[in-house]
Design a protein around this ligand. Structure first.
Ligand SMILES: Cc1cc2nc3c(=O)[nH]c(=O)nc-3n(C[C@H](O)[C@H](O)[C@H](O)COP(=O)(O)OP(=O)(O)OC[C@H]3O[C@@H](n4cnc5c(N)ncnc54)[C@H](O)[C@@H]3O)c2cc1C
Length: 287
């Protein structure tokens, strides 16, 4: 097994593209090292991206923020600007593992690992985040919901690396929130999770919304019917019931010891309702 730690993105892409065997990018390593130690993977090349300086930047861009792929969840959690603009996304980042895990783990790694229960995914999808991918053919930018295709399978092509995530600008009177259900108080993987982002008009009615669910299908889901239920409303009980029903209808969860299909489906609606109300309050609306 070869280990490379280039200082330039171009070199990283060239190394990955030239590798004829199995190659894996190493960011925080909190998933990758566990997979290596348990011999679930045996890569020929490990490509460490942490020496690429640009990957560590959080930069203001077009009213939003661009977050380098090597930025740790801890660093994101301490960034006042991102916290203020996208509190739900930061909430997801700072729920991942423990303080120690957050010191290493990245949001990009969380997305690329492609777990249906990844905490970053629903919050980023709800935020309308995009992912910048560098590869042998140049750079492309895709929505966060396009990254996870199935458990453990992401949409990156050979030689491609996630370079950064972009959290967009948002109108005034906007808020987001992320909630997950775990059987313990921390250090567990979501049984169900929900992210909601919304904006309010001058009258306090919802003018835009995005809703995403985690751990209820083979990949994190954007639920457009749930968002549509919120738009034009002031999130009264009847509307929240429609939102919950739309979430339940989108669920296709597994049945295991951590939660049955019925339980996960029911909880998805409950979490989405609660996240919507928190997002509404953060946007300055009536809770
Ligand atoms: C004790 C513990 C607790 C955890 N708790 C949680 C939790 O509560 N919630 C949760 O969602 N996860 C949890 N995790 C999983 C893990 O911490 C997260 O998924 C983390 O965000 C992964 O980021 P990383 O930088 O460590 O990725 P890595 O382990 O470095 O990489 C993960 C995968 O993504 C690929 N990859 C990473 N970065 C890139 C890139 N820039 N471009 C292309 N591919 C890339 C790697 O090749 C690898 O396949 C936990 C892990 C541990 C060990």
């Amino acid at each position: 097994m070869r280990y490379e730690a280039p200082r330039k993105l171009k070199r990283a892409v060239a190394l990955l593209s030239a590798e004829s065997g199995v190659a894996r990018v190493l960011a925080g390593g909190t998933d990758l090292l566990v997979q290596l130690r348990s011999e679930r993977i045996e890569p020929d090349l490990i490509l460490d991206i942490k020496r690429i300086e640009s990957m560590h930047a959080i930069a203001a861009e077009r009213g939003g923020y661009r977050i380098g792929a090597a930025v740790s969840c801890a660093a994101l959690g301490e960034h006042a600007g991102v916290k203020q603009l996208w509190p739900g996304v930061v909430e997801a980042a700072t729920l991942i593992g423990s303080t120690q895990v957050q010191g290493r783990a990245t949001m990009a790694g969380n997305l690329c690992n492609a777990s249906p229960a990844a905490d970053a995914a629903p919050a980023l999808i709800a935020a309308g985040a995009t992912v910048a991918i560098a590869g042998p053919g140049g750079r492309r930018e895709v929505p966060a919901e396009a990254i996870c295709l199935a458990p453990g399978r992401n949409a990156l092509e050979k030689g491609e690396i996630v370079e950064s995530l972009y959290l967009p600008a948002r109108p005034e009177r906007s808020g987001d929130a992320y909630l997950r259900l775990i059987p313990r108080s921390e250090m567990d993987i979501a049984v169900v999770s929900a992210g909601v982002s919304l904006s309010l008009d001058a009258a306090g009615r919802c003018s835009a919304a995005r809703v995403a669910l985690g751990a209820v299908a083979p990949r994190p889901l954007r639920v457009e019917a749930a968002a549509a239920a919120l738009i034009g409303s002031d999130l009264d009980e009847a509307v929240l019931a429609v939102l919950a029903a739309a979430c339940a209808a989108a669920c296709d969860p597994i049945d295991d010891k951590r939660g049955t299909v019925e339980y996960r489906t029911e909880v998805a609606g409950v979490l989405a309702k609660r996240a919507a109300v928190i997002a509404q309050t953060r946007a300055g609306g009536a809770a």
